[in-house]
Design a protein. Structure first.
Length: 240
């Protein structure tokens, strides 16, 4: 085993932290095996290059996936770049970009993003999510209401009579098809830059190797091919 392999997989197997709550990154519309998706493909390819086997640690929220990496329970992770997370995490450049959107009841008077951040408006968000962390920094007048997972956002909005749901576009679109009587607003409120990640305490050589791996996976078409193979739409391969 090379020195880099020992650093990335000190136990002899690469432990990859997955956020199963993300509808784009750890899911497939075509594969029968589970887990499946672009992050699983990237994990397997990275492990292959290191010459080790890979184990998948599956979590239902981004916050739990981030915590596993920060606690040393995982060796690599896949998560949105965020200043708060960067205190303990090294992020590669983004490999995929997805979008944060708002969803409201069909009868709502809220029509644009500019209508959302107003006193008396309650925005439901998944605790510890990248879009939630973004809203915590940027919302000035509306009230943020946290629920445990992103999957619970729309149901909580409808159950409690709240005004707005926030989330990843694809997840909100799936909820809209499921529940009916709701609509997405017409523009994103943020771009979510998804990166590979590792504990920040690792060496500069390890960080450079991981950064180079992501660049090669983008430039070779690996990421685009994986998204296409799993029939994932609405996600964009990030620019270099």
């Amino acid at each position: 085993m090379t020195d880099l392999a020992k650093e990335f997989a000190p136990a002899g197997r690469l432990r990859a932290s997955l956020n199963m709550g993300n509808p784009v990154l750890a899911h497939s519309h075509t594969a029968t095996e589970k887990p499946a998706g672009v992050t699983i493909d990237l994990s397997r390819e990275f492990a292959r290059e290191l010459g080790v086997a890979v184990d998948f640690l599956q979590f239902d929220t981004a916050a739990k996936s981030v915590a596993a990496l920060a606690a040393g329970e995982a060796d690599i992770g896949f998560m949105a770049i965020d200043p708060l997370r960067a205190a303990t995490t090294h992020f590669t450049p983004a490999y995929v970009q997805i979008e944060g959107y708002y969803l409201v009841p069909e009868a709502s008077t809220i029509r644009t993003n500019a209508d959302v951040d107003r006193a008396g408006t309650r925005i439901v968000m998944g605790a510890g999510s990248a879009y939630g962390l973004y809203l915590q920094r940027h919302i000035q007048h509306a009230t943020l209401v946290q629920v445990p997972t992103s999957e619970a956002v729309v149901d909580a909005m409808l159950k409690d009579g709240l005004e707005v749901s926030s989330g990843v576009k694809q997840g909100l679109e799936a909820d809209a098809r499921r529940v009916g009587g709701v609509r997405l607003l017409g523009e994103r409120f943020m771009v979510i830059n998804q990166a590979m990640a590792m504990p920040k305490a690792r060496s500069a050589a390890a960080a450079a190797f991981l950064d180079d791996f992501v660049a090669r996976m983008k430039n070779s078409g690996f990421v685009a091919a994986s998204l296409a193979r799993h029939a994932i739409v609405g996600a964009t391969v990030a620019d270099n």
